[in-house]
Write a protein of this length. Structure first.
Lengths: 683, 156
């Protein structure tokens, strides 16, 4: 196992600093304490450290390109250590599409600090002015004096540099990039196509046992009587671990642990009067907490009185399962009182702190290592499976791996909050919106979850945006673009309804009510690429549009689809994204495409079904996620200006898609569907 | 019982009802095939049995005896990747890549019986594989590129 002191001992150049830096923008949270961000060894190889994790979004490649560019070194000489709490800075979680704009920038500054120090060393050695020297592929040279050339490795011999990132450290401009902004293969591609990439379920530790945890058949059920004698007959059975209602079995093999679990006989007491999906959306308003006013401007009463038309609409988004392909899994191993956990979680430090608290040990007695993560989309943000593995391992005195089943992932993972949004708008006959009143109810314990993207970007003299949290019968957690995607569905469908009521073109109507330059630009470019004007008049298919904003970025999507009886076939999607300067265009396109496919699922078919605490569809055969036959042609337009700072790309692509699809369905069927998912609600 | 996996013969001592996936992952240490659902719904565990794409998570190991089992680990020839693997890298046809071995194996099976599939046939061969990251567009591009390469190879 890698130890930080070994890495330091080997290092001849160490750059430290606070782990995050957002420049003139605001950090979502204060940066953690100063830490080692980057080291170089005698061979001139670079190791960089970040608490961010790789769950498919290509952050390892993005960081590698950025560091190689700032340092002027070959890609192969840069190694990244991600998500290992004993080695990396306290970066908190990987969420909100923040990595590139905060940690990415700071790693670039760290690399630039190293490069500047190396140039200064060479300048001193040759007694020349530092500005006369250039760097390329791990070497420093003088353009005017060909004999002056040295590799970083030679220069670092007998050195021991300890550098702090200076406040005024500048980074390169886009025109000086070699790797950033280019379409390059991912640095981790080979392992991913050969089966060598290791996820939590693939981690093996010597002497490891396999654990399974007894689950109730419904939420809130408690065991009344437990008989575990049947486990004894399972070959390879080792032990049962009981701690109150927690019951786990341990076996030498994973398949045996499943058999042992099935051999336990339990009489459950179930709570029968829990809410069902059919109680929604009404239950949301009944259980609403305190209303938080996000924005209140102008006089709604006056503007509504003056408006030529008033339109009201109510929109509903059901619970959605994150359903990452990799079910949650963890390996726990105790050695001399110190717990090491391998767990594919997007928040290794969060897991560490949670484990320390729940096991009543110090944070320094817990090390959490995130291997490759098989998708998150907002779930895998708590220590559940890691805690189970740690508890079982402690009881057994041997390392333990716990892998959740698909049904456990569906039932005990978190779901995207259900949401009800009511919108009342006032507008003039010429299309000018004058009043906008939006009240959103999002399940979950914090209204802040539903605030993202609730505000309207359209120019409106009188606005009131209010968001309330509501008690949730299912465990609401995060999701791709949490809250924002639902808020956008409601707003962008409502906008389409206004345009339709006035017989106005929906692109033209949006442009007429928008002054935001970046939104206007991304909408115009997307509509142009889609060939909106001619598709709108010529196509016999349904055509729809929606726009959005999230994570500092701006998006627009145009959709073409056909509806045949109870089936929607999306044929083509053009998506424009302005996420400022693009570090990794291939990565951005891949993320936007993935967001569209994922959002198509929420728009068309996905819905967690439950009756009285029992999940009805915790299997892929009944919870219908998009499959390859659902995939449309997708074109991504990178509409950003390379001189604006990089902003998020992992989530914004999902925010307009459900509305764009709903609007296209209306365009071809004249049926307005305000509740998701759309397919079951088609006439 | 004896199993022929990636051209090598292995002797394993397990109950015949044990799933092929469990044997590959646990007894043979071949973890490239993934557990995604355990019910044959997602395709992450796809391997080849005599060239046919098979969900190893619902296949009892004794039914695989006597057949040539191929897993993702057995595709490359030394450092030479299979054309489908090359195409996946070139088109970045993955994100988290948990499903990738399954998709690649399903495509290899398709090309084995039909070296020149059209897009409809490619989609048909992959309906049993789920990619929750939603990289289907790229998977289609990679599959078409691999089909072209394999088709050319066939003509030589």
């Amino acid at each position: 196992m890698t130890i930080i002191s070994d890495l330091h001992e080997d290092a001849v150049l160490v750059v430290t600093g606070p782990p995050q830096w957002a420049g003139e923008m605001e950090l979502p949270e204060p940066a953690g304490p100063e830490a080692t961000l980057l080291t170089m060894n005698r061979q001139g190889d670079t190791v960089a450290f970040s608490g961010k994790v790789e769950y498919g979004q290509s952050i390892r490649s993005g960081f590698t390109f950025a560091i190689a560019d700032e340092l002027d070194v070959p890609l192969a000489s840069v190694q990244l250590i991600l998500g290992d709490t004993d080695l990396v800075p306290y970066d908190r979680a990987t969420l909100g599409s923040q990595s590139t704009m905060t940690v990415g920038i700071q790693l670039r500054r760290a690399a630039a600090t190293a490069r500047r120090a190396l140039i200064a060393l060479a300048a001193e050695r040759w007694s020349v002015d530092a500005t006369s020297l250039s760097t390329s592929e791990g070497h420093i040279f003088s353009a005017s004096e060909p004999s002056l050339r040295v590799s970083y490795a030679d220069l670092l011999r007998d050195q021991n540099l300890r550098l702090l990132i200076p406040e005024e450290m500048t980074i390169k401009d886009a025109e000086d990039f070699v790797f950033m902004g280019k379409d390059l293969p991912r640095t981790d591609a080979l392992a991913r196509v050969t089966g060598q990439a290791k996820y939590s379920q693939d981690i093996v530790v010597d002497g490891m046992l396999h654990g399974k945890v007894l689950r109730p058949p419904s939420y809130g059920a408690s065991p009344q009587q437990i008989d575990t004698t049947g486990c004894e007959r399972v070959p390879g059975f080792v032990m049962v671990v009981r701690d109150g209602d927690f019951v786990g079995v341990l076996c030498e093999r994973e398949d045996a642990s499943e058999q042992a679990l099935n051999a336990i006989r339990v009489r459950w007491r179930e709570i029968l009067d829990l809410p069902s999906d059919s109680d929604f959306p009404g239950i949301l308003k009944e259980n609403a907490g305190e209303m938080v006013i996000l924005r209140e401007e102008g006089s709604l009463a006056e503007e509504f009185a003056k408006a030529d038309h008033v339109l009201e609409g109510s929109y509903f988004i059901p619970y959605i399962a994150n359903a990452p392909m990799e079910p949650s899994a963890a390996v726990a191993s105790w050695e001399d009182g110190k717990l090491t956990v391998w767990s594919g979680d997007r928040s290794p430090f969060g897991v560490r702190d949670e484990l320390a608290r729940d096991l009543d040990i110090g944070e320094d007695q817990v090390r959490v290592i995130a291997p490759e993560i098989g998708g998150s989309f907002g779930t895998k943000g708590t220590a559940g499976v890691a805690y189970e593995a740690a508890l079982l391992s402690k009881a057994a005195g041997r390392p333990v791996r716990v892998v959740h089943s698909r049904a456990e992932e569906f039932m005990w993972g978190t779901v995207r909050p259900a949401t009800l949004i009511e919108i009342r708008s006032g507008f003039q006959a010429d299309g000018k919106i004058v009043a906008w009143e939006c009240t959103a109810y999002h399940t979950g314990d914090l209204a802040i979850r539903g605030q993202r993207g609730a505000d309207t970007p359209y120019n409106t003299p009188a606005v009131r945006i209010a968001v309330a949290d509501c008690k949730s019968p299912l465990k609401s957690g995060s999701y791709r673009s949490l809250g924002c995607a639902g808020n956008h569905f409601a707003r962008e469908v409502h906008i389409d309804e206004i345009a339709a009521s006035l017989h106005m073109d929906p692109v033209e109507f949006r442009l007429m009510n928008l002054t935001h330059p970046r939104l206007r630009r991304v909408l115009s470019q997307t509509a142009d690429r889609f060939d909106w004007d001619s598709r709108r008049t010529e196509s016999s298919s349904g055509i729809g549009v929606a726009i959005g904003y999230d994570a500092g970025s701006y998006v627009a999507e145009c959709v073409e689809l056909v509806v045949q009886r109870k089936m929607v076939r999306v044929q083509r999607v053009v998506a424009g994204i302005d996420c400022g300067m693009v570090v990794n265009p291939e990565g951005v396109r891949n993320q936007v495409e993935g967001s569209i496919i994922m959002g198509m699922g929420t728009a068309l078919r996905e819905e967690v079904e439950f009756v009285g605490g029992r999940l009805l569809n915790p299997v892929f055969s009944r919870y219908r996620v998009p499959r390859i036959n659902d995939a449309p042609q997708i074109e991504v337009v990178l509409a950003g200006d390379p001189t604006t700072p990089s902003t998020g790309a992992g989530e914004p692509g999902i925010v307009p898609i459900a509305a764009a699809i709903g609007n296209a369905v209306y365009n071809t069927t004249a049926t307005r569907i305000r509740d998701l998912p759309i397919v079951p609600r088609l006439p | 019982m004896q199993l022929l996996v990636n051209g090598e013969t292995y002797e394993v001592d397990v109950d015949g009802e044990t799933t092929l996936l469990a044997v590959l992952r646990h007894d043979l240490g071949l973890t490239g095939s993934k557990y995604g659902c355990g019910e044959g719904d997602c395709g992450a565990c796809t391997v080849l049995l005599d060239g046919r794409a098979t969900n190893s998570c619902i296949t009892p190991v004794d039914s695989a005896v006597g057949q040539a089992i191929t897993t993702i680990e057995g595709l490359a020839n030394g450092n030479d990747l299979h054309p489908v693997q090359d195409a996946f890298i070139e088109h970045t046809a993955f994100q988290c890549a948990f499903c990738t071995p399954g998709f690649i194996m399903s495509l290899v099976a398709l090309f084995g019986r039909n070296p020149r599939p059209d897009e409809r046939q490619i989609r048909g061969a992959l309906t049993g594989n789920i990619c929750r990251c939603g990289t289907y567009v790229r998977i289609l591009q990679a599959a078409k590129a691999a089909a072209e390469r394999l088709g050319q190879r066939g003509e030589e």
